[in-house]
Design a protein around this ligand. Structure first.
Ligand code: NAG
Ligand code: NAG
Length: 459
């Protein structure tokens, strides 16, 4: 049974379970987060009767309203998803509801709540694909629903499906109740299958990306040969495969030293560098840069290779490439972080052999000198024209990091000193406001100090 054809009209979620099961890969907890409620023939009959007796509804009897673009009557006791148009029809005296026409309700996923019961409906297809299921669960989590009493599951006895369909659901639910490792195995073989369509493969990568955020899952992907598979896919002919393979790699590599080592051995660094150096759509560059950063961070060996393979030149060209402006801050931040990483390691006073080894490894990574040779003195301050405080903050701290070597270039830059003076006035004002509100070490004061530092050093 494919996840993609899960035919769940409704997910009933016990949120007290969801809160702790989320992010953990225990099968039991995952299973308990999803509850399909049983219905007997007897109950179906009973509910119909009750629906006619408007004022005598059991609060646990719930019926979900499926909104469309047309006005439909809302029956008493029906749970209405959030974000709908609701009106009173004066002719009939009944409430009616429909979907807003303004794009609200994107994806057709709607959250509903009635009393202590919550759920998700898909108004587009009345069923969930794997992707929609994931989104639905995330949305549920965002709603931040709490306090459902312990006996809730026992109390909930009715559902909205005939028995036959319900049994089919349970079959489908078994898929959801696989362990993460089983899911990863299935996704990898789906991706690797020669009979899978492009759409299937991309869907498999999309789902894989979600699972490999967890350290154990990423290591499982590695153990079954999935990292090599992803690395090979970086030069697939289909752009969307290249993009999503890079995305999976980036998430798997992130903060996961074992995976970082295996991936560099599988040749991932070179292949990512090729993606960054060659003509590729922005979406691919973005994911490749993400994977590249995940590979390099806290991995001095990869940083050494990066320098040896000419990675800094590649980043410099990408930084200046037309249409790639949105990547500039990410590139600069990656370089800044790598320089700082080394600095911080070297500043730690620690005599242990492990620390000595670390320092030794970082000694071989000399990023700053080639950065100074390769025009980064000029490239970085260009970003200071941004109106975004966060961006400016990153640019200012990078400029500060390089200033002792870049002083001449900074001084010669047209308009830089007037730009710095302008920023100073702006942050003086904002810092004063901040202090007025009782903040001592405020954000804008920090920015002001940064600007002042640079101005002072430039003399
Ligand atoms: C992918 O398929 C090939 C050929 O069928 C097989 O040799 C390889 O082991 C598979 N890789 C993974 C990771 O399943
Ligand atoms: C991808 O690169 C490998 C060598 O790294 C090559 O053998 C393979 O044919 C390439 N695949 C495609 C689709 O170009």
């Amino acid at each position: 049974m494919e996840l993609g054809c899960l035919n769940l009209i409704l997910l009933l979620i016990s949120v007290h379970c969801l809160n702790y099961s989320w992010g953990e890969n225990s099968q039991q907890q995952r299973a308990s987060a999803l509850t399909v409620v049983e219905q007997t023939e007897e109950n179906i009959g009973k509910r119909k009767e009750e629906a006619t007796v408007e004022d005598d509804l059991d609060p646990e009897d719930i019926e979900v309203f499926y909104p469309t673009n047309k006005w439909q009557e809302v029956k008493p006791g029906q749970a209405i998803p959030a974000g709908l148009h609701v009106r009173l029809n004066l002719e009939t005296g009944k409430n009616e509801a429909k979907i807003l026409d303004d794009g609200n309700g994107k994806d057709g996923l709607k959250y509903w709540k009635q009393g202590s019961r919550h759920g998700m409906v898909n108004t587009d297809s009345k069923s969930f694909t794997a992707e929609e299921l994931k989104k639905a669960l995330k949305l549920m989590k965002q709603e931040g629903i709490t306090d459902i009493d312990e006996g809730h599951e026992e109390k909930v006895r009715k559902t909205f499906r005939p028995i036959k369909e319900l049994m089919e659901d349970f079959e489908a639910m078994n898929v959801v109740m696989e362990t993460d490792m089983e899911i990863i195995n299935r996704l990898v073989s789906k991706f690797n299958s020669t009979s899978a369509t492009l759409e299937n493969k991309v869907a498999a990568l999309f789902d894989l990306e979600y699972y490999v955020h967890q350290v154990d899952n990423a290591q499982h992907l590695m153990a079954i040969g999935g990292l090599q598979l992803m690395t090979n896919a970086l030069n697939a002919t289909e752009p969307c495969i290249r993009e999503n393979a890079a995305f999976v790699l980036g998430s798997a590599l992130s903060g996961n030293p074992k995976v970082q080592i295996e991936a560099i051995e599988a040749g991932a660094l070179q292949k990512l560098l090729i993606l960054l150096a060659t003509d590729q759509p922005l979406a691919i560059k973005k994911k490749a840069l993400f994977a590249f950063s995940s590979m390099l961070r806290h991995f001095p060996f990869a940083q050494q290779q990066f320098l040896k393979l000419g990675g800094l030149q590649v980043l410099g060209q990408l930084f200046q490439a037309k249409g790639m402006e949105s990547l500039r801050i990410r590139i600069m931040t990656l370089l800044y972080d790598m320089v700082m990483e080394k600095k911080l390691i070297q500043e730690v006073q620690d005599g242990s052999a492990q620390h000595q080894e670390k320092c030794h490894q970082y000694e071989k990574v000399n990023l700053l000198p080639p950065m100074l040779e390769q025009d980064w003195c000029i490239l970085v301050p260009k970003l200071l024209t941004s109106t975004d405080h966060d961006t400016r903050e990153k640019v200012l701290r990078t400029m500060n990091l390089m200033i002792s070597s870049c002083k001449n270039e900074y001084q010669a830059m047209q308009g830089l000193s007037s730009l710095l003076n302008m920023l100073r006035s702006e942050y003086e004002e904002l810092a004063a406001e901040e202090q007025g509100e009782g903040e001592q070490d405020g954000y804008f004061l920090g920015l002001l100090n940064s600007v002042n530092d640079i101005i002072k050093k430039l003399g």
